[in-house]
Write a protein that binds this ligand. Structure first.
Ligand SMILES: N[C@@H](CCC(=O)N[C@@H](CS)C(=O)NCC(=O)O)C(=O)O
Length: 245
């Protein structure tokens, strides 16, 4: 059985889960703790990030590579359009989402939620190893400081992230006036990437993200403005139509 090494909370992992579920590829998940994952992942892959998919004795690291694997294994799923120029367009949207949506969304939410361990810890601990609670009791304060430095999470980067996401949404709003899909006439990895990487902010029901009641007032207001945009509404509809469990 394939194994997806992941953080349940990670939107890059949600992107990989969605692709595997969409293509009906069976897998089980191995939920890691943020912090101790460093050693575990470095043993099996070049970088420390998740998602990593284990297939027999090989490991694929990175949501984009996992989508490539899904493509080769389940061609019928059609995650990458068959037409080469549409395929290129889909990959361009995916790279855009990975970089210009995924990273700022994470920065913005971490900036808020790192100061709210009563919200963050249950999410980090959900279905993880038994020693997680004790680990965070001892290590949370230090880990929080490390995350802020390593991932450049601070007041200034959070504000920049908000502006970056707004720019991304404007670009998407314009693209979505012509079609319900970003690359050609049907659902593709472009739509999957954009929707999953925006999911922690917009919290579509099928994504499992549900912390909007506890967001700061500024973030709640930002979320509301995104939800009323064409892209915000499209993310919710696309999740409803295409997120198979
Ligand atoms: N480009 C990567 C990004 C993955 C990523 O940034 N994962 C984060 C979780 S959201 C992570 O594992 N961070 C911990 C680390 O890098 O050690 C992908 O698409 O998989």
């Amino acid at each position: 059985m394939k194994v997806l090494y992941q953080f349940r909370i990670s939107h890059y992992c949600e992107k990989a889960r969605w692709a595997l579920d969409y293509a009906n590829i069976p897998y089980r998940t191995r939920n890691l703790l943020v912090g101790p994952h460093l050693k575990q992942i470095k043993k099996i892959a070049p970088d420390s990030s998740v998602p990593v998919l284990k297939i027999e004795d090989r490991y694929i690291q990175g949501s984009d590579k996992i989508l490539d694997y899904v493509d080769t294994t389940a061609k019928d799923a059609g995650l990458t359009p068959a037409d080469s120029s549409l395929a290129q367009q889909a990959r361009q949207w995916e790279s855009f989402a990975d970089r210009y949506l995924g990273e700022p969304v994470r920065c913005l939410l971490y900036h808020d939620v790192l100061e709210k361990p009563h919200i963050l810890l249950p999410l980090w601990l959900d279905q993880g190893p038994f020693y997680g609670r004790l680990f965070y009791l001892l290590a949370y304060q230090k880990l929080k400081a490390v995350i802020r430095v390593r991932m450049h999470v601070n007041e200034k980067t959070a504000a920049l992230s908000m502006r970056g996401i707004e720019r991304g949404i404007k670009r998407l709003d314009a693209a979505l006036t012509e079609s319900d899909y970003l690359a050609g006439p049907s659902f593709s990895r472009a739509d999957l990437a954009v929707c999953s990487l925006l999911a922690p902010l917009l919290c579509p029901e099928q994504s499992g993200y549900r912390w909007h009641d506890d967001m700061s007032p500024a973030l709640t207001e930002f979320r509301q403005s995104l939800l009323t945009s064409a892209t915000g509404r499209w993310v919710l509809t696309t999740y409803e139509k295409h997120r198979r469990c």
